[in-house]
Design a protein around this ligand. Structure first.
Ligand SMILES: Nc1ncnc2c1ncn2[C@@H]1O[C@H](COP(=O)(O)OP(=O)(O)OP(=O)(O)O)[C@@H](O)[C@H]1O
Length: 209
């Protein structure tokens, strides 16, 4: 799908409640190619609910989401099969994404520094390494839009820095990167920063050109 204004993601009037608890009250958001966008909010404000709706995992009660092109979704809960090795996960997703090879995937693994775990079963990996695999599965088909829910949970400081370099590289290559976190970021890493509060997004900062 091509969105009229060239955006990769367009969200209008999202509302969602769990029973009587209204979590999203009217979320609007437009994400452009080559934008690194952050959404922060305290625990329980609805960030994961928002990303589940953006990825299509959850249907909103009201409002609509339009995406252009392929997207990658890194959910907060790691979705791995403990009995399979890292390589088996990659092969499975290679087939699902119809990729001819894993060259780009190998590059991501090098950047995140976990190539040496290729033959390890997922169930034996540390939390941070599981998260590296979770993130790689979302990136490996080089989607135009990335929806990343707390993508660096469990990362050590160096890996955290490497993650941000990778995100900036993808942004510079014209991808849209949306990162959700309960931490307030250094705003200079981002092109736009939004705070989810009381069910709506508030602009926190716009980084000048
Ligand atoms: N399936 C569900 N059924 C009922 N309530 C839910 C469900 N999922 C989330 N909630 C509630 O909705 C609110 C928002 O949850 P959500 O996980 O979206 O927040 P979050 O901002 O991602 O939180 P965190 O930073 O802790 O991950 C919370 O009060 C949560 O308890």
């Amino acid at each position: 799908m091509h969105l009229a204004n060239g955006a990769t993601l367009e969200v209008r009037g999202l509302r969602h409640a769990y029973g009587r608890r209204v979590v999203l009250r009217g979320v609007d958001l437009t994400v452009r190619p080559g934008a690194l966008v952050g959404v922060v909010g305290e625990n329980g404000t609805g960030k994961s609910t928002l990303l589940k709706i953006l990825s299509g995992e959850l249907r909103p009660q009201r409002g609509n989401v339009r995406r252009a092109g392929r997207f990658g979704y890194c959910p907060q809960d790691v979705v791995l099969n403990d009995a399979l090795t890292v390589r088996q996960h990659l092969e499975f997703f290679r087939t699902a994404f119809a990729l001819s090879d894993l060259r780009y995937t190998d590059e991501i693994m090098e950047v995140l520094r976990f190539s040496e775990y290729a033959d390890e079963r997922a169930g034996l990996l540390s939390g941070g390494t599981r998260q590296k695999l979770n993130l790689t599965l979302a990136l490996m088909h080089d989607p135009r839009l990335l929806l990343l829910d707390e993508p660096y949970q469990g990362f050590d400081w160096e890996t955290y820095q490497r993650f941000w370099h990778l995100a900036a590289r993808l942004r510079d290559a014209g991808r849209s990167v949306l990162v959700v976190s309960h931490l307030a970021y250094d705003a200079e890493r981002l092109d736009e920063l939004w705070r989810l509060q009381d069910g709506v997004l508030h602009s926190v900062s716009e980084v000048p050109e």
